[in-house]
Design a protein around this ligand. Structure first.
Ligand code: ARG
Length: 412
């Protein structure tokens, strides 16, 4: 790269991204602009921004993207009930394209021709950042320092110290974590043995089910067109509802996930997640769809949901297919309006009630008591026609056995 080219670096303040700043300056001769995006992670992000400047960034941006993350990334994923491998709500996966979009925006503003991120070469996040960038700005090049340098952790710490970058004192946690509004992920340490139960210390958002209150907590979630608009009658923007539910459900021990996960790069990895709000909202949303959508639509939507989740996981957020699937999902949500009661109890989130002005549950059809308007005599003819293929098949097979018929035909 040419001398003094500008690079916009996604900056978290952790060791890898901190070391990336002097590394990009020295090894690539780059002018580094840092970008920290608030997606709901904890910590003083203004201090993170200042640390980027102190580490040698010529400029450091901090963007609060919590509302944008909830409305443009989490909301469509929730409408799609997106769960990778049926279990992971894609918390990290959804934040990456958002951060990628901001990287591109800052690169344009700064006239930079490179963006950079701190991902290693073994994970999914490099795929997501690289694909987001190339999909939005095919002319920009991506640099991933941690994919290029061949430093051990100890060498990184030494490099940081040589460059006056403060390294957190004391024994470093053996775990690698990532947090945002939609969840917290934990990997490494003892979790790398998939046979071992995760120790209590890996959890940060949730109480253990054993330590959760002995009394259940009920939450009432109201949806309009497939999106949550209030919790317990308290109307608020989606990102605030999520924060609130993470606390309420996490206190009840809800949202712990132990996933033996299939990464894009072919590696199996053991990941632990805490996604209390996602657990409640996806469960409630599915229940409301069950009340308001017909069987064939539910069934077809499930296959779309799986594909959708996989595309998000694989880094194809900004793609024509995901956009098209989104349009399909959006059109299914017109009547997904109503309220769902969820009971939180020692790690479980169970739907215990649902209502909707668009409910297609008809008491007069379902009841076994007075008021029944179903016409059971019609069932006999219906089943006769419905079962014709089965009857025909069985009747033919029961004449001679298949083997006997073959033997008769081919006897010389
Ligand atoms: N395995 C999860 C995913 O691919 C979580 C990744 C967490 N990322 C991280 N840099 N710690 O979405």
């Amino acid at each position: 790269m040419s001398h003094r080219s500008k690079v916009v670096l996604a900056y978290s303040g952790g060791l890898d991204t901190s070391v990336s700043i002097p590394w990009l300056r020295e090894k690539k001769g780059a002018d580094v602009v840092a970008l920290t995006v608030n997606v709901g992670q904890p910590g003083d992000l203004e201090r993170v921004r200042q640390k980027a400047e102190a580490s040698g960034a010529s400029r450091a941006y901090l963007v609060d993207a919590r509302q944008e993350f909830a409305e443009e990334f989490i909301a469509p994923a929730l409408r799609a009930n997106a769960l990778y491998e049926g279990i992971y709500p894609l918390s990290t996966a959804l934040a990456r394209p958002l951060i990628g979009r901001h990287l591109v925006e800052v690169a344009r503003r700064e006239g930079a021709s490179y963006v950079a991120h701190g991902c290693t070469g073994k994970g999914n996040d490099q795929v997501r950042f690289d694909l987001a960038t190339t999909s939005l700005a095919p002319d920009l090049e991506v640099i991933a320092p941690a994919r290029e340098w061949k430093m051990t952790r100890e060498q990184e710490v030494a490099f940081a110290e040589q460059h006056g970058i403060p390294v957190a004192a004391g024994p470093k946690s053996p775990y690698s974590t990532d947090e945002n509004l939609w969840g917290r992920s934990v990997e490494c340490g003892v979790l790398e043995d998939p046979a071992v139960e995760p120790p209590e210390e890996v959890y940060g958002w949730t109480r253990s089910p054993e330590a959760a209150p002995d009394e259940p907590t009920h939450v009432q979630v109201a949806f309009e067109r497939g999106l949550p608009v209030s919790v317990d009658g308290h109307r608020a923007p989606l990102h605030e509802l999520i924060v609130r539910l993470n606390r309420t459900a996490g206190d009840a021990g809800v949202g712990r996930i132990d996933h033996l996960e299939s990464r894009v790069v072919g590696i199996k990895s053991r990941e632990v997640y805490e996604c209390p709000a996602a657990a409640v909202l996806i469960t409630a949303h599915q229940a409301l769809e069950g009340l308001t959508l017909p069987r064939d639509l539910l069934d077809f939507k499930r296959t779309v949901e799986q594909r959708y989740a996989q595309m998000v996981y694989d880094g194809f957020w900004f793609s024509p297919l995901r956009n098209a699937l989104d349009a399909f999902v959006a059109s299914t949500q017109e009547r997904v309006t109503g309220e769902v009661a969820v009971k939180l109890y020692k790690g479980s989130a169970k739907v215990v009630g649902r209502r909707s002005p668009y409910s297609i549950y008809q008491h007069s059809l379902a009841t076994y008591s007075t008021g029944d308007r179903f016409r059971p005599e019609m069932s006999e003819g219906f089943i006769y026609v419905w079962g014709l293929p089965a009857r025909t098949w069985a009747a033919i097979g029961s004449k001679p056995t298949v083997a006997a018929a073959r033997a008769a035909k081919y006897r010389p």
